[in-house]
Design a protein around this ligand. Structure first.
Ligand code: AMP
Ligand code: GLY
Length: 470
């Protein structure tokens, strides 16, 4: 007798970055999958055997009109389940619209999406449910914000090294909404730019001024579902993004220059602390707020003196963390997504490979400033295959005719990433950098230290089954 009846699924992945290529790649490994669609997808998903890109004609799935068009497409193609990658369509109500149309979707509705779309809302939620986080003040008026800054820096004697203050725009700001101000002048400039000069549009009209914490950062992605008022958050293996552009965490912030999973210095004690101080109160809060939360959640943690603090929630999977975490997952991802949607996560067991993944990102010349586009991407298939890595396209489009094996051309700042699985962090890192040597485009650059130093030498850790919240 078979253990379950195979039901073939057609799945739509919404989004067009490296995360979405990784989602499509992981789904394609499932024997439950009949076909994958990616809207709009990228050159990577376009090159997948069982995947079709859905042309959005350059429009964004955060637009209501595009969401309605996607609903019609899903109905026409008989697509069984849709997975929303990025935050903007979620904040724009895509999951609510799909559910109202009777369609299965992985992603929270607008009410829960405020946990990412509004930092002041997220802080209120954390404080209400006792989720450990940095102390903060919400300011809606620039004069009030400026006086908080003056108090903060004024209290510190001239001779002391001033304690920085973290200034956060309330709304979605594509990674540009956080300034760590080391002195009053920088802080005043940020407040003026955000609140008075509308540098981020409406996103900067409200600010969260936050205590500065110090320590390593860890990302924990998790699956969430609620059924009959009972919530379950199922955490994945931990990951670490590397946001700064250059090695040794120098240079400007970017959308992410690479990730590793799991994080070797996220100890079992820290994982336990994360569970009690952050994960469990979040689960309680999600239920008590009455959210219909069926999707993913991302905990952006900072570990200070061995204690986990929550810096942010994202209501989706992280990019590039997903590219590092999914290759470690042994469980059936299509089955997991189905369980999220139908509220049966409680019965779902995640299993993880025992090694590590290193996933550096290759960027175009000039990134994160203005960058080159349209360069052919060369790819030495034989050398690449020897590394055992997988390539995930991000800002790369399919270029008919193909160029030196890849069939891709650059079209964005973060062009692609490679994800290499190894027996340990050191092995994964060797393989990832070997893989990158088999790829070339004009101006290609990447950090050389993803998974370096302590990250590659300590043994792997995983969040264990005992750390589920239910
Ligand atoms: P967020 O969007 O809130 O995650 O902030 C983006 C980045 O700013 C984080 O990944 C941290 O590197 C940094 N950051 C945010 N809040 C703090 C804080 N309270 N103390 C120190 N660094 C912070
Ligand atoms: N890597 C951080 C994010 O996805 O927001």
């Amino acid at each position: 007798m078979p253990r379950y009846i195979l039901v073939f699924m057609k799945v739509l992945v919404i989004g067009g970055g490296g995360r979405e290529h990784a989602l499509a790649w992981k789904l394609a490994q499932s024997e439950k999958i009949e076909k994958i669609y990616a809207a709009p997808g990228n050159g990577g998903t376009a090159g997948m055997k069982n995947c079709e890109n859905v042309d959005l004609f350059g429009r964004d799935p955060m637009e209501e009109e595009i969401q309605e068009a996607l609903i019609r497409y899903v109905i026409k193609e008989n697509i069984d389940l849709s997975i929303v990658g990025p935050e903007a369509p979620l904040a724009g109500g895509i999951a609510d619209r799909f559910r109202a149309a009777g369609l299965a979707v992985v992603g929270p509705g607008t009410a829960a999406s405020r946990l990412e779309a509004s930092k002041s809302y997220a802080k209120d939620f954390m404080n209400k449910y006792g989720v450990r986080t940095a102390r903060s003040i919400v300011c809606t008026d620039p004069e009030n914000a400026l006086s908080v800054l003056r108090d903060h820096f004024g209290q510190q004697k001239d001779t002391e090294e001033p304690v920085p203050l973290v200034i956060k725009a309330d709304g979605l700001a594509a990674g540009k909404g956080v300034v760590i101000a080391a002195d009053l002048k920088t802080a005043e400039m940020a407040v003026t730019a955000f609140m008075k000069e509308n540098a981020l549009g409406t996103a900067g009209k409200i600010l969260v001024l936050e205590e500065f914490l110090q320590g390593p950062e860890v990302s924990v992605l998790a699956a969430v579902s609620i059924k009959d008022g009972k919530g379950i958050i199922l955490p994945f293996a931990s990951a670490r993004d590397h946001k700064r552009r250059f090695d040794d965490d120098q240079g400007p912030n970017t959308g992410g220059m690479g990730a590793i999973a799991p994080v070797p210095d996220f100890t079992v004690e820290m994982q336990e602390d994360f569970k009690t101080a952050i994960l469990e109160p979040t689960s309680t809060g999600i239920c008590e707020e009455g959210f219909d939360y069926r999707g993913f959640i991302f905990f952006g943690l900072l570990i200070q003196n061995g204690q986990c603090y929550l810096l942010e929630y994202n209501v989706r999977l992280g990019d590039p963390e997903t590219q590092a975490v999914l290759p470690l997952l042994d469980s059936d991802f299509a089955g997991l997504c189905k369980a999220i949607d139908n509220g049966t996560l409680e019965d779902f067991r995640l299993s993880w490979k025992n090694g590590a993944v290193c996933a550096p990102v290759a960027v175009a010349s000039g990134y994160p400033g203005s960058y080159r586009k349209g360069d052919p991407i060369a790819f030495n298939e034989v050398s690449f295959a020897k590394s055992g890595a997988v390539l995930f396209a991000a800002g790369a489009i399919r270029s008919p005719g193909g160029f030196a094996g890849s069939g891709l051309r650059t079209a964005g700042g973060r062009v692609l990433s490679v994800s290499a699985y190894g027996a340990n962090g050191y092995d994964a890192r060797e393989r990832a950098y070997k893989a990158l040597k088999a790829v070339y485009f004009e101006g290609m650059d990447y950090r050389r230290d993803i998974g370096g130093k302590a990250e590659s030498t300590a043994g792997p850790f995983n969040i264990t089954e005992s750390q589920r919240s239910q």
